[in-house]
Design a protein around this ligand. Structure first.
Ligand code: FAD
Ligand code: COM
Length: 523
């Protein structure tokens, strides 16, 4: 389908994408104002977050980009199977959590698990996701003016040639952004029906699970496990390492971690840390999981649904071999800080180059490659960044954990809510409280959240911030910038900010209560 000279509106794009996905049509969707005959400054193989932002930036700088993607839409895995459904699930989990705690009280009806269906939420997502895809296609063509060929798997021929939709495209540079796929641990029985990952959950779930076993201890395991459990599907999480102590997460503060994990246990999630799945049981369909407990005993968990949340593996095989790209021990394409691979003129970006597998990194890798191709010399260091995950809460953190700070600084000051004071009955303290935790604050105070600031008492600089509650993600983006800039952010700066009272502004007001002291002490 050649849409080069057409100007589809959003509904028309939605229709094109849905029909293509539903029928499995292999007809390419082509937007090539010059018929694809030019030599492009860069061909972006993969139009996910990395490829789309890279191509848009290169175009904005006056360059000529082409995107080729095998899906009939731009934007990649995020709006199709990853971040966007995860946020929907987490929103639903938070709503259901309130309903369950307040069942039959105030205006809440009696908790009725039959009303909370995992399949209904997935159906809702599938019905809506094409509108996001439609917007990406429309914006990239009409506003960003980037050439693209969609619904067309690309075959890299050499460092300047890519074949797709029966056409050979030439580029002075290649930018590879083909993403990652869910990792499937080598456990006997893992391929049985009833075993899902974040992608197949969206595409293939055809029954309502009644119990769930989640394998993994990182973000996806906690997020999806919390959602499944919130719907009333009794959930067990099996993790070799303690939850949130997987190598994909850094700077996780122990106080924050225990608030999160205790909260999950309090809600009835069965958490087996230090445990190992031995076999997925069942003849054809899953009927259980055999697990080795930390003390070496074997235990059998009965379940009709297994969810793998064990991370992702870069799709390096597909593009790596033909070009002779260097691939690292975790299956990632190896790049330098300019996103250059070992092959001149070939760049790699996003999930393909390994962790952290996050949107900010994918998009900024794309922009870094584009800028270097266009003659800037730009390095991108993504070793420090703000991070978050969801349980039935939003959990955010940035900078050093308390434990990390104590390893490098002599005088570490902690400002925390609830305060850590030996023997104090903080379970009755309705603080911190803020938007979306007010009901908890008044009826179940111990559920109303957790906040911690880690400060270097000598320089008075904020070293880290940690938060469990709602609505702090936005602030953490700016806190990240402020604490990592050369002059940092001091307790005095923070205490002098203007709070919008009763949101996660406790960091401001608590800092102000201590900032007057020349020698800082804990609060
Ligand atoms: P992708 O977006 O995966 O794009 C790769 C593209 O390459 C795809 O469009 C694919 O069709 C295309 N492709 C592959 N092979 C070919 C080929 N041969 N020819 C042509 N095209 C090809 N990050 C966050 O920051 N916040 C979140 O809340 C968040 N939630 C997440 C939840 C889940 C469950 C998961 C799994 C991830 C989440 N992430 C989140 C991570 C985020 O989704 C990824 O880091 C990001 O999407 C990576 O972008 P990318 O461009 O590298 O790859
Ligand atoms: C967001 C996709 S869901 S992209 O990063 O805007 O391409």
């Amino acid at each position: 389908m050649d849409i080069t000279n057409g100007h589809l509106n959003l509904s028309e794009w939605t229709q094109v994408i849905e029909v293509t996905l539903e029928t499995g049509s292999t007809e390419p969707i082509v937007n090539l104002p010059n018929g694809g005959a030019d030599v492009y400054d860069a061909i972006f193989v993969g139009g996910g977050a990395g490829g789309r932002f890279g191509a848009a930036y290169l175009k904005a700088m006056g360059g000529r980009p082409l995107i080729i993607d095998s899906w009939p839409f731009l934007g990649g895995s995020c709006p199709h199977q990853a971040c966007v459904p995860h946020h929907l699930f987490s929103d639903v989990a938070a709503e259901l959590d309130l309903w369950r705690w307040f069942s039959g009280q105030l205006f809440f009806p009696e908790w009725d698990p039959s009303r909370a269906s995992i399949r209904d939420i997935i159906k809702l997502f599938r019905q809506g996701r094409s509108s996001a895809h439609a917007f990406m296609n429309w914006q990239t063509k009409e506003q960003l003016e980037v050439d693209y060929v969609l619904n067309a798997p690309a075959r890299v021929v050499d460092a300047t040639t890519v074949e797709a939709a029966g056409h050979r495209f030439k580029g002075r540079n290649l930018v590879l952004g083909v993403g990652a796929r869910p990792s499937r641990p080598a456990i006997p029985g893992i391929d049985k029906r009833g075993v899902y990952d974040f992608a197949t959950l969206i595409e293939e779930l055809d029954y309502e699970p009644t119990t769930c076993v989640v394998i993994g201890g990182g973000k996806t395991a906690l997020e999806y496990g919390s959602f499944f459990h919130a719907t009333g599907c009794q959930t067990t999480i099996i993790s070799r390492s303690p939850l949130m102590r997987t190598r994909s997460l850094h700077h996780v503060d122990e106080g924050l971690r225990s608030y999160v994990v205790n909260g999950m246990r309090q809600r009835g999630i069965n958490i087996l840390e230090g445990a190992q799945p031995v076999e997925v049981l069942g003849s054809d369909r899953v009927s259980g999981v055999l697990v080795k407990l930390p003390d070496g005993r074997l235990s059998q968990l009965i379940t009709d649904f297994v969810f793998i949340g064990a991370g992702e593996v870069p799709n390096a095989r597909e593009v790596g071999a033909v070009l002779g790209l260097e691939v690292g021990s975790r299956g990632e394409v190896v790049v330098d800080d300019h996103m250059r691979t070992n092959v001149p003129g070939v760049y790699a970006i996003g999930d393909l180059i390994g962790p952290p597998m996050e949107m900010f990194k994918a998009r900024k890798c794309g922009v870094t490659a584009a800028r270097n191709i266009m003659g800037d010399s730009v390095a991108f260091d993504f070793s420090e960044y703000p991070d978050f995950l969801h349980t039935t809460y939003e959990v955010t953190w940035v900078g050093l954990s308390e434990e990390e700070a104590r390893e490098s600084f002599e005088d570490v000051i902690i400002i925390q809510m609830p305060p850590y004071v030996e023997g104090l009955d903080t379970d009755v303290l309705p603080l911190p409280c803020a938007d979306r935790t007010m009901l908890f604050a008044f009826a179940k105070p111990e559920l109303s959240g957790f906040q911690k600031l880690v400060i270097d008492g000598q320089s008075r600089r904020i070293l880290g911030a940690h938060h469990v509650g709602y609505g702090a993600k936005d602030a953490f983006q700016y806190l990240d910038y402020l604490i990592h800039r050369p002059q940092g952010l001091s307790i005095d700066d923070l205490g002098w900010m203007n709070e919008l009272f009763l949101n996660p502004e406790h960091f401001i007001q608590l800092s102000r209560l201590r900032a007057g002291r020349s020698h800082l002490v804990h609060l």
